[in-house]
Design a protein around this ligand. Structure first.
Ligand code: 0WD
Length: 256
């Protein structure tokens, strides 16, 4: 069944219209899904609500949820359960690292920077999955966003690469735990896309140039392309897929 009509999905991490989470939201919306948005703080709440207002016929719900706060996570999903009852999936599109550690040598990563990156970018998936599980009584699909820098050394990606490796492993352990509840857990490894977060990575332009030169498709991917793969992962088409990393990167990850 290709339509997501009658289904409800939580999208976490829309910061602005360039956000990957926003590409995912639009694809799910076009497939007929009902959307719930969470945002880190009031600073993002306004733009999320404005953006969601442009989705025709969509009556979205909004919740503030700082993923560094366990109580906020538990409270958010209790609130969602009260308001809608059942959800069918969740897109976790959240990451953070200190900007000064996204350049130079990984060797210089501070303890604090290491823990912050893992806290927000990796542990949050587990905390969110645990809180969301009781709402997925009809089965579900959990999706997170990862990057090649977790598999291989990518210049300047540093601590975020190490956090993505931890996120990828968490995704697999969660897939193993939640499979018995018919909840699938997967990751999309996106090629570089110009977003607010990407601005934090030094020499981002050089990364894009390399994609244009060396990726099999010779162009960067778009939010829409990631969104449509998210749609596949949320739909029944992917019902046999869990614990998987799908690269939506124009093929870059296969090129040595
Ligand atoms: O090239 C890229 N842009 C790629 C991004 C390639 C491959 C993967 N990704 C990943 C990112 O690592 C991230 O996991 O995709 C995910 C989404 O990233 P994005 O769309 O590139 O970035 P952005 O639009 O900045 O959204 C990330 C958001 C935050 O924005 P800010 O400006 O605050 O960093 O993550 C959210 C926030 O909305 N976020 C939080 N949400 C809840 N609680 C928190 C928090 N504590 N911190 C950040």
């Amino acid at each position: 069944n290709l339509s997501l009509e009658g289904r409800t999905y939580v999208v976490m991490g829309v910061a602005n219209k360039r956000s990957i989470a926003w590409g995912i939201a639009r694809s799910l919306h076009e497939a007929g899904a009902r959307l719930i948005f969470t945002y880190a703080s009031e600073r993002f709440g306004k733009s999320v609500k404005e953006l969601a207002g442009t989705l025709e016929g969509q009556e979205s719900l909004f919740y503030e949820c700082d993923v560094t706060n366990d109580e906020a996570i538990i409270h958010t999903f209790e609130q969602i359960q009260q308001d809608v009852g059942v959800i069918h999936g969740l897109a976790h599109c959240i990451a953070f690292a200190n900007r000064e550690e996204l350049k130079g040598e990984f060797l210089n990563t501070s303890r604090d920077g290491f823990l912050t990156a893992h806290n927000i970018s990796s542990y949050s998936l587990t905390a969110v999955a645990r809180a969301a599980q009781p709402l997925m009584g009809e089965g579900g699909s959990i999706l997170t966003m990862t990057y090649l820098g977790g598999e291989q050394v990518v210049e300047n990606y540093n601590i975020m690469g190490v956090a993505k490796a931890s996120l990828d492993a968490s995704m697999k352990y969660l897939a193993n735990d939640l499979g018995k509840h018919n909840i699938r857990v997967n990751a999309i490894s996106a090629g570089p896309i110009r977003t607010l977060s990407a601005k934090g990575v030094s020499d981002f332009n050089k990364v894009i140039e390399e994609i244009e030169r060396r990726a099999p498709l010779h162009r960067p991917v778009t939010q829409e392309e990631v969104g449509d793969t998210a749609y596949y992962l949320m739909s029944d088409l992917s019902r046999g897929v869990t614990g998987e990393v799908i690269h939506v990167d124009g093929g870059f990850s296969i090129v040595a």
